[in-house]
Design a binder for this molecule. Structure first.
Ligand code: BGC
Length: 779
């Protein structure tokens, strides 16, 4: 009953003291008597256009600015300490800053380093406009938390918000006031390496996570000294890159764009996100960084976004390679007029906009509006009053409290994919307390670096506790460790020692998977199986005949059909961050019961990608056909199916086992006759009981299916979840509340409507939940 492998064959339709740098002391003195400092910043829950005081300050400053200074505010360059893209010509930032030619730097870290540049901007330049310092703080700054895909698996927005709070505080200590996070691109294709930076495939979960990131970074008040401005990226639909190949084009209907891909960006904007990053990809032929439809019509006009839009790295320059601009001037013109306020690293606003404005090709008003947006964020953050970072604060290494949070986040993110009883032994997890010998085998068992995943910010592998370290502390000389192979190796020289260790042990723990650097930007994979010869190693270790627990480390769904059949216990650990070892130890030993749920489906093979739950029905659904076998007759053949693979995933969205066992009873759907115009509130109540003898957290999920509508609707869509902790025997009542937006969809006229009709309701611990009932929306 707990094995989706079997069920999948049958059910295919489930789907951021002044310390003066001596080099600029002269410049500073020169400007010490410059204009009186502006009044203190007013706290802003979000950057609001209608805030008169803020706008008056912006207008007053704008009036004093030369064209060069204005364009400077629209210009961002990468510094040298971190490489996150192609590096071009080294520019003289000091000289440019003194002339007001730069509005923001990124990839410069450290209080001293950022203060150096900030002093020039604040004291060495004519108008004393502070710099924004950006960095990819993606899943923690110094304290590395699990990768975003793993954080999503926790289905715990609170833990994500707390992690972002820690990240923001640490980033500010390092001079960073702007984080290029969250990435909220819906990711339904495991080949795409950036799936690791996402919350996975689902707009509802993605939106909940997007809001949590913004709350954590910005605290509803950008002016707080430990808030950072967030950048929602990559706008828009970057996650739908064709064939999962990074930077590739995306092409989709407006219905799908609005229904599936836009909601998380909008959720982040609604939560007050200060900035948005425009994407690399073309969307329906128009590159996202020159796309007036998404950047102006939707983002600015429909959603009322009043913060700043920064291009992705070099994306303005890439408009030429996309073939929509024959030269740099056209690229700059197209990007700016479409709605990209700041040019990251292309150097085209800096070099081409002066000519474009002087010739009248770009109206000054367009430049002014972009400058306003940049200044608005700087004023709202209080940077004019507090531009510097204290260089004398004590070091910011992960404290025990932060480690505790990193451990909790990791524990909640682990997904127990399988835990089948082994004849004569029983279930392998939690590990029996009387094990006399355990063999720990695999390239990721003692790999501190890869535990951090991609986008490590200031994470330091020396802060990482590995699985081997944690197990060795617990088991002492009962533990034998053999690496067996390297992540990408073809050398089988280490296999014999691994097999011998397995034979001599009561139980084997295999630690296999991807390298952290195989995920993130520019890491698309055409193969989704375990890299190198790890599959072979696994097969030989399993053949040694001892019970095997597989712990998988990766940043995407790995295709593990062989393991799913032959390995009795599989724990998906993702890249868990610095507390990898302790978190794994507590879950493997049962101190904490696993509670993560899959935010993305796990395929049998790469051929099934893109693979996701909320598929649209087809006219020839595979229904109850046995998809584990090739079709035999026409009845089985002419269906929407593969001839050599099940349609369904090995492990579906929302899937994840526990050491506890939960029942869902007394499901009541309370819907008092809502109509399509006035849906009211629909309450789906359920009692969730832990019928096991161990405490455990459960993520109760609600899915809907709109059975008949003018536009085909997904076979199942997540519309609610609650993470609850239940003691043995404890029952908790949960109410899921559904409103207009939960029932609405985009019709053929791309209008967001609710139509009358019947909605099926599914409630349970995964997307495979049984139907709980239905309700009807009246005309
Ligand atoms: C990535 C962005 C990142 C930027 C700055 C780009 O290559 O796509 O996600 O924020 O670089 O490092």
């Amino acid at each position: 009953m707990n094995d989706p492998l079997r069920r999948s064959a049958a059910s295919a339709t489930l789907a951021l003291v002044l310390c003066i740098s001596p080099a600029f002391a002269g410049l500073m003195r020169k400007h010490k008597t410059a204009p009186a400092p502006p009044p203190p910043a007013t706290p802003h829950a979000s950057v609001q256009l209608e805030d008169k005081k803020l706008n008056d300050r912006i207008d007053a400053l704008l009036e004093q600015m030369t064209l060069t200074e204005k364009i400077g505010q629209l210009t961002q360059y990468t510094g040298g300490s971190t490489i996150t893209g192609p590096t071009g010509e080294k520019l003289d930032f000091d000289a440019m800053l003194a002339k007001g030619e730069i509005g923001s730097l990124f990839n410069v870290t450290g209080a001293k380093e950022t203060n150096h540049y900030q002093h020039i901007a604040m004291e060495g330049s004519r108008l004393h406009i502070p710099l924004l310092f950006g960095l990819d703080v993606i899943h923690g700054h110094r304290t590395t938390f699990p990768v975003p895909l793993a954080l999503a698996a926790s289905f715990d927005p609170d833990v994500v918000q707390q992690a972002c709070r820690v990240a923001a505080t640490e980033a500010r200590r390092d001079g960073i006031n702007w984080v290029f996070s969250p990435m909220v691109d819906i990711s339904r294709d495991a080949r795409w390496g950036r799936i690791v930076e996402s919350a996975g495939e689902d707009p509802y979960l993605g939106s909940a996570m997007a809001r949590a990131y913004i709350r954590g970074y910005q605290q509803g008040d950008l002016s707080k000294p430990d808030s950072v401005a967030a950048s929602v990226k990559h706008f828009a639909a970057y996650g739908a890159a064709e064939a999962g190949r990074d930077y590739n084009t995306t092409d989709m209907s407006e219905i799908r764009l609005r229904q599936v891909y836009l909601p998380p960006y909008q959720a982040a904007v609604d939560e007050g996100a200060a900035t948005v990053m425009s994407a690399f990809n073309a969307l329906n032929g128009v590159p996202a960084s020159a796309n007036a439809f998404t950047l102006t019509k939707i983002l600015r006009k429909e959603w009322g976004f009043d913060g700043l839009v920064v291009s992705d790295y070099g994306a303005v320059g890439e408009l030429m390679k996309h073939g929509i601009a024959g030269d740099g001037a056209t690229a700059a013109q197209k990007a700016l007029t479409a709605g990209v306020d700041m040019d990251m690293e292309s150097n085209l606003y800096h070099s081409r906009l002066p000519g474009l404005v002087e010739s009248g090709q770009v109206p000054t008003s367009v430049v002014d509006e972009a400058v306003r947006r940049v200044l608005r964020v700087k004023f709202a953050m209080g940077l004019f009053e507090h531009p510097y970072t204290d260089e004398n604060l004590p070091p910011y290494e992960p404290t025990p409290e932060k480690r505790e949070l990193a451990k909790k986040a990791a524990e909640e993110s682990f997904v127990l994919l399988k835990n089948e009883a082994v004849p004569g032994v029983g279930r392998l997890l939690p590990l029996a307390s009387d094990l006399k010998s355990v063999a720990l085998i695999g390239p990721l068992a003692d790999d501190a670096d890869d535990m951090l995943g991609s986008w490590g910010a200031q994470g330091d592998a020396r802060n990482t506790n590995t699985l081997r370290g944690a197990l060795a502390d617990k088991l002492g000389n009962k533990l034998t460790y053999v690496k067996g192979t390297d992540i990408l190796s073809t050398d089988t020289g280490g296999f014999a020692a691994a097999v011998t260790a397995a034979k001599n042990a009561d139980l084997v723990i295999l630690a296999l998977g991807e390298a952290g650097g195989m995920t993130g930007e520019a890491t698309s994979r055409a193969h989704l199986s375990l890299p190198g010869n790890q599959e072979q190693l696994m097969e030989q270790v399993v053949a040694a005949g001892k019970p095997v627990v597989l712990v998988l480390f990766d940043g995407r769904p790995t295709a593990i059909p062989w393991a799913a059949t032959h390995v009795p216990a599989i724990l998906e650990a993702w890249f868990p961050g610095i507390e990898a070892g302790p978190a794994l130890l507590s879950v493997l030993t049962g101190e904490v019961s696993p509670s993560g749920k899959l935010p993305v489906e796990f395929p049998y093979s790469v051929g099934q990608e893109p693979l996701y739950l909320a598929q649209l029905p087809t006219g020839r659904p595979a229904g109850e056909a046995d998809l584990s076998q090739p079709p035999t007759g026409s009845e089985e053949k002419y269906l929407s199916r593969y001839i050599d693979s099940p349609n369904a995933p090995i492990y579906p969205f929302g899937w994840g086992l526990s050491y506890g066992q939960f029942t869902y009873t007394n499901i009541k759907i309370d819907h008092s006759g809502g109509t399509r115009k006035d849906v009211g509130e629909i309450t789906v109540g359920v009692d969730v009981k832990n019928i096991s003898s161990v405490p455990g957290a459960e993520v109760a999920q609600l899915y809907l299916h709109n059975t008949v509508a003018s536009v085909s609707q997904p076979v199942r869509e997540l519309k609610g979840f609650h993470r609850i902790l239940l003691q043995p025997g404890q029952t908790q009542h949960i109410d899921f509340k559904l409103h207009y937006d939960d029932l609405a969809f985009y019709n053929a006229d791309v209008k967001h409507v609710v139509e009358p009709g019947t909605f099926d309701v599914f409630v349970g611990g995964s997307s495979r939940a049984d139907k709980a009932g239905s309700f009807t929306v009246l005309e």
